[in-house]
Unconditional design. Structure first.
Length: 235
């Protein structure tokens, strides 16, 4: 059986221009679409920026710094595999005070995972692209969340003409997401299956899947590429 082929992975940190018909090497770094997201812009009145009424010992949110400049989500997430389920990841770019490094907010679903991450940081074992990252509990406390059936991964199957990242990214322009990596699980003459791994459990995969099915409905109604989109499936 052929191993999955990665098309977005460790080295991609910018949007790449693909040749016509090629699989797009899309961003592996943070991707903020032009939809206002006040919770990511330092707005302390936004509900998700308000600290939970819990102790530090209960909080599951961390602040990481001394990350490499322009670090991709895939690189950061690869460094913390098997620590535990991550609810949200957001990478901040460099600023005037720290122009040569990045920082990140990392929120787990449970406290055990948070503690494992803190132990890794204290032991100086959090290595990202050759740099030892540092971290602490984030000043805005976040309570643990129950583990539900959400996934940060979706599979998309259908004709090659539409199951490619440059098409999917256009469909996802209305949502905010971060990409971990994209794998080609299978490929035939006229069709392929992509596995898209997002950076967080936080409704990113669910929103992406809904956008695909909304586009299917729109295509069927308008007749634009209706035959192709009728064959697309996502799970």
């Amino acid at each position: 059986m052929t191993a999955p082929r990665r098309i977005i992975g460790p080295s991609q940190s910018t949007v790449g221009a693909a040749a016509p018909g090629a699989l797009t090497l899309a961003t592996g770094s943070y991707r903020l679409h032009p939809v206002p997201q006040e919770n990511y812009q330092g707005n302390f009145m936004a509900p998700e920026n308000r600290s939970a009424d819990i102790t530090d010992a209960q909080s599951v949110s961390l602040w990481l710094w001394n990350l490499p400049l322009h670090v991709a989500y895939h690189k950061l997430l690869s460094a913390i595999r098997n620590i535990g389920p991550i609810f949200q990841t957001y990478i901040n770019g460099p600023n005037e005070e720290f122009p040569h490094t990045c920082a990140a907010k990392l929120t787990f679903l449970d406290k055990d995972s948070t503690n494992r991450m803190l132990e890794m940081i204290r032991a100086k074992n959090l290595m990202v692209r050759g740099m030892v990252a540092e971290g602490r509990l984030y000043r805005i406390k976040v309570a643990p969340r129950p583990r539900r059936s959400e996934s940060r991964v979706i599979e998309v199957t259908g004709p090659k003409e539409v199951v490619r990242m440059e098409v999917l990214e256009r469909i996802w322009r209305g949502i905010t997401y971060q990409l971990d990596e994209v794998l080609v699980l299978s490929e035939k003459e006229d069709s392929r299956t992509l596995e898209v791994r997002f950076g967080s459990y936080r409704r990113q995969a669910e929103s992406a899947r809904k956008a695909i099915y909304q586009h299917k409905d729109d295509a069927a109604f308008s007749g634009t590429q209706a035959r192709l989109w009728a064959q697309v499936r996502s799970r």
